[in-house]
Design a protein around this ligand. Structure first.
Ligand code: ADP
Ligand code: MG
Length: 599
C-alpha cells in the first residue's frame, strides 16, 4: 500500500493542542468538582456525590441512547441490580463476605450480562419494543428484590456496602465517586471518538449505508450493552453506599426518567451535553426544594421545552463552530490525480458475474433473468427507464435482497445472497440513489465510516485508547482527508454534513466508498442533481477510479455520461435486458433508441 496508509508521524504537542478545545470543558467541570467540598458544606458534597454516581450510569447509557439511538428508559433496573449484588456480596448473605472493591467488579460483570439480555430485543426490534423490554425488566428486578427476602431483605431492605478508609467519610467517598466518573467519562469518550462510536451513529442514522461498509449492528450493540450494563451496575454499588441502606422503593421510576432525560437535554451524540444534563437534573430538585415532589412533572416540562426550543439539546447550543456561515458559491473541484497516492493499483483481478438473476416484489417482477458482467478496470453502464430494476440489481449485488433465481459470482467464489455486511470484506462498495449520510456527523467522520473494517483495534483497545486505536484513527483520518481532496471537498471536512448541498453529498458518498479501496464500485445515479460542470468532473473522477483497476457499475439516467465513459452498457426494461454491448452498439440499437433514448 501507499504513503497514506502508513500513519503519518505523530506530533504530541500538535494533537494535544487540537484536542484542547474538546477537553477544556471537562477539565473545567473537574476543577469545579475538586474545589466544591472546600467552598461548600456536606450537603452539597452529598449532592455532588449523587451527581457523580448518576453520571457513572449515564456515561454508559449515553452510548445506548445518544449514540446508538435506542430508547432504554428502564435503566434504573441495572442500577438496582448492581446495588443489590454489591450489598449482598459485601454483607455475606449467600456466601462469605466479599471486600467491596471486589464486589463492585463482580456487580459490573453481572450488570454487563443483564445489559445484553435486556438489550437483545434491540437487535431485532426497534425503539418502542426495546423501551418496553427495559421497563419490564425494571419491574421484574424490583419484584425479585421484594420477594427474595432471605437474600435481599425484602421490603425491609439491606445495608449498603461500606468502603474502607479513606473512602468512608463524606469527602473520601465524594472523591472516590469523582474518580469513577472521570474514568467512565474517559472510557466512553474513547469509544465515542473511535471507529466504534462512529459506527454506532452510522447504524442509528444510516443503517443501510453502515451495513454496506461492513459494520455489523449486532456486534456493535452487544459491545455497548455490555459496557452500559457494567457501568450501571457499578453505579448501583456506589448508590447503595450513598444510601447506606437500600429498599426496593429507593429505585423509583423517576430515577430512570432522570437518566434518560439527562441524555435528551444533553443532546444526541455528545458527552459533554449529557454530563451537564445529569448535573443540572441532580441539582434542580435541590435548589427548588418545594418542587422536589414535582420532579417528574418538572422533567416532563423540561423535555417538552427542549424538544420545542432546541432539539439538538445542550450540545447543539454549545456547537459554535457550526454556526459560522458556509460560502454559498462553493464549487466541487475533484483532483482525481491524487487517487494514485491512496488507492492501490490493481492489475487483472476477477469479474463480477450475474447469471439469470430474478426477483419479484409481490406481482412486480423487478428483475427477470438478468445476466451482467462487470470487469475489473471497466465501467459498466446500467441504464433503463424508471422502475426497470436498476436499483434492485444493485441491492441484490450488495446483499440487501436475496435473488429468487440465478447465481452471483466474484471470480470463482459465489457471492452469498443476503449478508450485506460481508460485501465490504469482499471488496464491493457502493453509493445510494438517495444519499445516505449521517447529518449530525462531520463530513470527515462520514467518510471515515467507509473504512471501519480496516481498523485493527478491538473494542476494548479503543475503550482504553491503546496504541492500535490511535494508529487506526490517524490512518482513517489521513485517508479520509486525502479522499476528500480527491473528490474536492476537503475544505468542508469539519462541517456538519446536514449543512451541505445535495450534490456534495453524492461526492461524500463516493469518498466514503473509496475508503474501502474497493475492487468493485456500484454507483446509483451519481449524477442526479448535479450541474453540467459537476457531471463533467464526476466523469473524470469515475474514469480515474476505474484506471486504478476498480470495476465500476454505473446506474445513470444521463445518456451522455454513460456513452462518454462506459466500456460496456446494459439496457434494462421491466427487469429484462433489452440490449447489451458497447456504447457504439447501444447508441444505434433500434429498440433502445425507440423505447428509451426517444429518438
Ligand atoms: P429503478 O432503479 O430502475 O428505477 P427499481 O429497481 O427501484 O427501479 O424498481 C424496480 C421495480 O421494483 C419497480 O416497479 C419498483 O416499484 C419495485 N420495487 C423496488 N423495490 C421494491 C420494494 N422494496 N418493495 C416493492 N417493490 C419494489
Ligand atoms: Mg433506482
Amino acid at each position: 500500500m501507499t504513503t497514506v496508509t502508513a500513519a503519518p508521524a505523530h506530533h504530541d504537542s500538535g494533537t494535544f493542542r487540537a484536542a484542547l478545545p474538546h477537553i477544556a470543558p471537562f477539565l473545567g467541570i473537574l476543577v469545579l468538582a475538586v474545589i466544591l467540598p472546600f467552598v461548600s458544606n456536606d450537603y452539597w458534597v452529598l449532592i455532588g456525590t449523587r451527581a457523580a454516581i448518576y453520571w457513572v450510569l449515564v456515561s454508559g447509557l449515553n452510548l445506548v441512547v445518544g449514540f446508538a439511538g435506542h430508547l432504554a428508559i428502564g435503566y434504573v433496573a441495572l442500577l438496582t441490580l448492581g446495588a443489590y449484588t454489591t450489598s449482598v456480596l459485601v454483607a455475606g448473605n449467600v456466601m462469605p463476605p466479599v471486600p467491596v472493591f471486589a464486589a463492585l467488579p463482580i456487580a459490573g460483570a453481572v450488570g454487563a450480562v443483564f445489559g445484553v439480555i435486556v438489550g437483545l430485543p434491540a437487535l431485532r426490534l426497534r425503539t418502542f419494543y426495546f423501551a418496553m423490554s427495559t421497563l419490564g425488566f425494571a419491574t421484574i428486578v424490583t419484584q425479585i428484590a421484594l420477594a427474595w427476602q432471605s437474600v435481599t431483605g425484602g421490603g425491609i431492605g439491606i445495608v449498603g456496602p461500606e468502603f474502607p478508609a479513606p473512602f468512608n467519610t463524606a469527602w473520601g467517598f465524594y472523591f472516590l465517586c469523582i474518580c469513577f466518573g472521570v474514568v467512565t467519562t474517559w472510557m466512553s469518550a474513547n469509544i465515542a471518538r473511535s471507529r466504534f462510536g462512529r459506527a454506532l451513529i452510522a447504524v442509528r442514522d444510516a443503517e443501510v449505508a453502515a451495513e454496506a461498509t461492513g459494520i455489523s449492528k449486532p456486534k456493535m450493540l452487544i459491545a455497548i450493552f455490555l459496557f452500559a450494563g457494567a457501568l450501571a451496575a457499578i453505579a448501583g454499588g456506589l448508590f447503595a453506599t450513598l444510601q447506606t441502606y437500600i429498599t426496593p422503593d429507593a429505585f423509583t421510576f423517576d430515577l430512570s426518567v432522570l437518566f434518560f432525560i439527562a441524555i435528551l437535554i444533553g443532546g444526541r451524540g455528545s458527552i459533554l451535553g449529557p454530563m451537564l444534563g445529569t448535573i443540572i437534573l441532580t441539582i434542580l430538585p435541590e435548589i427548588a426544594a418545594p418542587l422536589a415532589a414535582w420532579s417528574t412533572f418538572l422533567y416532563a416540562v423540561l423535555l417538552l421545552l427542549i424538544v420545542l426550543v432546541m432539539p439538538g439539546g445542550i450540545a447543539a447550543l454549545l456547537d459554535f463552530r457550526n454556526r459560522r456561515p458556509l460560502a454559498s458559491n462553493r464549487a466541487i473541484v475533484p483532483r482525481p490525480a491524487a487517487l494514485a497516492d491512496i488507492v492501490r493499483k490493481r492489475t487483472g483481478g476477477s469479474h463480477l458475474k450475474l447469471r439469470g438473476i430474478a426477483l419479484s416484489f409481490g406481482n412486480v417482477r423487478a428483475i427477470d433473468g438478468l445476466d451482467l458482467d462487470v470487469a475489473p478496470g471497466e465501467i459498466h453502464g446500467l441504464i433503463g427507464p424508471n422502475g426497470s430494476g436498476k436499483t434492485t440489481t444493485l441491492n441484490v449485488i450488495s446483499g440487501y435482497y436475496a435473488a429468487e433465481a440465478g447465481s452471483m459470482t466474484l471470480g470463482d467464489d459465489a457471492l452469498p445472497p443476503g449478508e450485506p455486511t460481508l460485501r465490504a470484506h469482499r471488496g464491493i462498495a457502493r453509493t445510494f440513489q438517495t444519499p445516505r449520510v449521517i447529518g449530525e456527523a462531520s463530513v470527515l467522520q462520514n467518510v471515515m465510516i467507509g473504512g471501519s473494517i480496516e481498523g485493527r483495534a478491538s473494542f476494548v483497545e479503543s475503550m482504553l485508547a491503546l496504541p492500535r486505536n490511535a494508529w487506526d484513527e490517524r490512518m482513517l483520518a489521513a485517508k479520509a482527508r486525502a479522499l476528500l481532496g480527491v473528490v474536492g471537498l476537503e475544505s468542508l471536512a469539519e462541517v456538519r454534513t446536514d449543512r451541505l448541498q445535495h450534490s456534495e453529498l453524492r461526492f461524500i458518498e463516493i469518498a466514503r466508498a473509496l475508503m474501502l479501496d474497493p475492487d468493485f464500485l456500484l454507483l446509483d445515479e451519481p449524477a442526479a442533481g448535479l450541474s453540467n460542470d459537476e457531471i463533467e468532473r464526476l466523469a473524470v473522477l469515475i474514469k480515474a477510479i476505474c484506471a486504478r483497476g476498480t470495476g465500476v457499475l454505473l446506474v445513470e439516467h444521463h445518456a451522455d455520461l454513460i456513452f462518454d465513459i462506459c466500456h460496456q452498457v446494459t439496457v434494462l426494461n421491466l427487469g429484462r435486458t433489452l440490449a447489451a454491448g458497447t456504447p457504439a452498439e447501444i447508441r444505434v440499437h433500434k429498440e433502445v433508441v425507440s423505447a428509451y433514448l426517444g429518438g
